[in-house]
Design a protein around this ligand. Structure first.
Ligand SMILES: N[C@@H](CCC(=O)N[C@@H](CS)C(=O)NCC(=O)O)C(=O)O
Length: 234
């Protein structure tokens, strides 16, 4: 494989932390990180929008030795791509030969990065980010209930049987589900012992420790800057 270079556009404690975690898993510290001060609105500046028209972190810049560059914009795709690009790290069941383990692994990774993520994001948007007159308590209630009644039991069942989300071995799916469980616990969800034990297992990994070393600087609520809140599209 031609060896690419990687640059992560990151903000502490957000979804870019799950990608930073994965980058530390596969590359140790051999990648670049640039902080995008999202509460200062830097993600709306033309230079950043050129890279990421969704005005979000993470953005993963993949730079090939011949100068070609791709910007990846979805954290789930980044985690999947990195696990497959570094098969020697053993963080994903390979696509060939056919295996049910691969099917389950992708199922859990996408469940975390799309279905569960969508519910957590709706809670975040309506509890912390929208202006008061746009916050909808019914949306918060709906997704809190779905997480408790539909998502938690599925995760609990798996984690009661195995130490990691896809079985006895840590996989890239744990970077997404592990991050989501930590995020959910910040909202008073995923409080059982089974989730606490899971987080304590994954958080002992050196890559986790590095990825979340800056998480304490995260403030759930942006400063009262109406201009930024006016621009936020959810
Ligand atoms: N689906 C995207 C969502 C990324 C996203 O919404 N990032 C948030 C932080 S967790 C963000 O940067 N929001 C800033 C904004 O929308 O202005 C992913 O998983 O990478």
């Amino acid at each position: 494989m031609e060896t690419p270079r990687f640059k992560l556009y990151h903000y502490p404690g957000t979804r870019s932390a799950r990608v930073k975690w994965m980058l530390h898993e596969v590359l140790d510290d051999d990648f670049e990180v640039e902080i995008v001060p999202v509460y200062e609105g830097k993600q709306y500046e033309p230079e950043y929008l050129e890279k990421n028209p969704n005005h979000c972190v993470p953005t993963l810049e993949v730079i090939m030795p011949d100068g070609r560059v791709v910007h990846m914009l979805e954290s789930g795709a980044m985690v999947t791509f990195l696990a497959d690009a570094f098969p020697e790290k053993g963080l994903a069941p390979p696509p060939h030969p056919f295996s049910l383990e691969r099917a389950e692994y992708l199922q859990m990774l996408y469940f975390g990065a799309s279905w569960m993520d969508m519910m957590l994001w709706q809670i975040r948007v309506h509890e912390h980010l929208l202006r008061d007159d746009e916050k909808d308590p019914r949306t918060i209630r709906r997704y809190r209930d779905k997480l408790v009644n539909e998502v938690e039991p599925q995760l609990r069942k798996r984690l009661e049987r195995h130490p990691f989300i896809c079985g006895d071995a840590f996989t890239a799916a744990d970077c997404v589900i592990g991050h989501n469980v930590a995020w959910a616990r910040g909202y008073g969800l995923c409080q059982d012992e089974v989730f606490r034990g899971y987080l304590s297992r994954v958080s002992k990994r050196p890559a986790f420790v590095k990825a979340f070393a800056d998480a304490r600087s995260f403030q759930p609520k942006p400063p009262d800057d109406t201009e930024l809140l006016e621009r936020f599209t959810g």
